[in-house]
Design a protein around this ligand. Structure first.
Ligand code: ADP
Ligand code: MG
Length: 344
């Protein structure tokens, strides 16, 4: 591409479009947006009321004229229109004039369909992007972690996000083997809600469940077990009440979700060609995504698989950082861009 006045001043950006969080990396500026993937719209006009953190505050607190939407669910785009509006609003938040938008690299779940790819690309271009590229999240994540994905060596990345856990074996710029299961942070929250309903007849909110998970949740015994409180509504007499909660209780509530992830990792290892499996045994499995922050998840997966397990540094930003590296070196990473049939 020729050098032009516009290219010189335009902003290239990378977007980690996650089920739970959207991050935007701007070339030369770093990560400038990091907010929940939620949008609040006026019911009948589609007028944007709020996006990100502000929209999250409104979850469960809106009246009938406002709807809060999470456009991505279970790793797929559940609402294309809301998704496009959300992307546009976040780009605005990044303080980029649409006339000045340059290239856009969007990281998407590896299992995304052709229709979804097209929709994301179109959304990026309609938002003003001059050139939109898609990259599989697992690939961006591996690059963000600092793995040399161009070597003929096997690496396993397990990314636990809001809607899914993605397990990918990467070698020579490509995904050799990929599994996606619909178990992630959201399902863990639901498991916690279910636990209190079943054992205490107590209905707790999604936000409370998430707080319990992040504050005292774990996947294996803690050196010192923790205690906290949770508020909910008693399902028998309908009255709000507070009860004491221990980390052991939350661990037992999360157990099924954890085992599902462990089983998927084992299955992926079984399906990995022997040479690559032996690389992974040497180098270990890397955990990324917000779920990697669950206390002692690495300990538990190590016990269950007998593999070395590493939690990535700053697991919530791996994909966005990898996206940034790809954007800064588009020529070098040409091979990791998702190919797509283009009509017209
Ligand atoms: P996505 O890529 O799907 O947007 P993220 O990688 O941003 O997901 O991770 C978000 C998920 O991580 C949420 O479900 C959140 O509850 C979970 N999470 C964040 N911090 C923690 C923590 N300390 N312990 C357990 N889960 C966490
Ligand atoms: Mg993610």
């Amino acid at each position: 591409m020729g050098f032009s006045f516009l290219n010189f001043f335009s902003s290239d950006i990378g977007i980690d479009l996650g089920t739970a969080n959207t991050l935007i990396y701007v070339k030369g500026r770093g990560i400038v947006v990091n907010e929940p993937s939620i949008i609040a719209l006026e019911e009948n006009s589609d007028k944007v009321i709020a996006v990100g953190d502000e929209a999250r505050q409104m979850l469960g607190r809106t009246h009938q004229d406002i709807v809060t939407i999470r456009p991505l669910k279970d790793g797929v785009i559940a609402d294309f229109e809301a998704n496009e509006i959300m992307i546009r609003e976040f780009i605005k938040k990044a303080n980029i004039n649409r006339m000045m938008l340059g290239k856009i690299v969007v990281c998407v779940p590896s299992g995304i369909t052709e229709v979804e790819k097209r929709a994301v690309r179109d959304s990026a271009e309609r938002a003003g992007g001059r050139e939109a590229h898609l990259v599989a999240e697992a690939m961006a994540s591996a690059i963000g972690v600092g793995l040399d994905i161009q070597e003929p060596i096997g690496n396993m990345i397990v990314d636990i996000g809001g809607g899914t856990a993605e397990i990918a074996v990467i070698s020579l710029n490509g995904i050799v083997h990929h599994t996606s299961i619909r178990v992630g942070g959201d399902e863990m929250n639901q498991a916690i809600i279910h636990y209190f309903k079943k054992n205490y007849n107590l209905l707790i909110g999604e936000k409370s469940a998430e707080n319990l998970k992040c504050d005292i949740g774990s996947a294996a015994p803690l050196e010192e077990e923790l205690v906290t409180e949770v508020k909910g509504r008693d399902l028998v007499d309908g009255i709000p009440k507070t009860i004491e909660v221990t980390s052991e209780q939350i661990r037992s509530a999360l157990n099924d979700s954890i085992m599902t992830i462990v089983d998927a990792i084992k299955l992926s290892l079984e399906r990995t060609p022997p040479e690559l499996a032996s690389d992974i045994l040497d180098r270990g499995i890397i955990l990324t995504g917000g779920g990697a922050l669950l206390m002692n998840l690495d300990v538990r997966i190590r016990e269950e698989t007998s593999m070395p397990i590493h939690v990535a540094e700053d697991p919530l930003t791996c994909v966005a950082r990898g996206c940034g590296t790809i954007l800064d070196n588009l020529d070098r990473f040409e091979k990791v861009l998702l190919k797509q049939r283009r009509s017209g």
